[in-house]
Design a protein around this ligand. Sequence first.
Ligand code: PLP
Length: 423
Amino acid sequence: MHPKMSHPVRSGPLPDEYPGAYCIDAQEEEAVLRILRSRSLYRYYGCDPQGEVSRFEQEFAAYIGVRHAVAVTSGTAALHVALGALGIGPGQEVIVPAFLWISVAAAVVNLGAIPVLADIDESFCLTADSVRRVLSSRTAAIIAVHMSGAPADIVPLVALAREANVFLVEDCAQCMGGSVHGQSVGSFGHIATFSFQVNKNISCGEGGAVVTNDQALHQRLIAIHDIGLGRDATGRVLLDNESSWSWGRGYRMDELRAAILRVQLRKLPGTLAHLRTSKQRILQTLHSLPQLAFRRHADPAGDTGSFLITVLPSDHAARAIHQRLCWHNINVPSGNGNVLLSEYGLHIYSNIPVLTHQIAVDRRLFPWRIVENAGTSQKYCYGTCPYADGLFSRSLLLAVPCGLTLQDEQDIIAAFSDSVSFI
Ligand SMILES: Cc1ncc(COP(=O)(O)O)c(C=O)c1O
């Protein structure tokens, strides 16, 4: 055993963890100024329309490898629009993972359907087995969330969704640029959602997108994210396209954000290369520490590299290592870069008070107590997903900032090597 260190390996935190925001430079500035100078900030018309949102949608769809993309105002909006386009509503159940983000459950509840929790395994995502255990005759969709930078084991979920005849939605908010066997996340399910909020691999502050290969769904997405009516490729409203008629939510993206995102998308390969290289170099050494185990990856090459999840033999070991890593200043300036998973806020189902208390959307106690949802499965308190509960308490999440230097990586390795002697 190595002697314990008497001084922290670092005197200050690691670099900021925001990958997209980290690489903002003169290119984004120029893009924003170009739109401001055009005085055309709205996507469908203006003084001198630049078509940035439409171009971003085309470039984004091409990047993911799908036919259609619709840019929206956030990842939460994207989920809302996606489920709306699939016709999700009262009387239906939507399967969501125990490890998620509050917005995933919110989208289901806001539409009047019931979220049903499924357990996770060491992939930290849904598995076909865990989903199969909670499928019911009311299941309308499965939301596979590609959590913490890495893809879910999506291929078996595609097969299960087909077999069960339910929709598969991929939430790729945390995994922009991830892939499984060379195929991008977001291209496996019927529909997929993305977020461009500031924590994400590409960012415009707030933004999102929905993608699909299905033309009818695309028209419904256009209608729902906008004014409830379809539009043609030039943006002209289609008054008589009845199959896409809906009620609009006004989640359109603006030209400024799209201009930023077009630049960010071009930078993504460089961002991912940095993240992946740093994570690989760190992992190479950490693999030699027998006390540590790591998240399972369906395809390690498709991990975006933005997070490192370490699994310890016990809760006690996880707490001891976490404490010692903090002492070594292994954290990002926001303080959210080195967390015990059980304390990872609204990513953990049992930490979401509005879910565990089944807070209603309106005074009829919609959707929990409406007649259409009588007899649905409604359990969200700690213990509902016991495997996840155990994993959360034994696991640590470390953000891998894309600005890590070789010295920063060495510091992380040194801090882990010292910390394992505390368990
Ligand atoms: C998995 C997941 N889904 C959805 C969202 C919602 O995205 P937004 O914050 O852009 O609304 C997030 C945001 O962090 C997320 O992590």
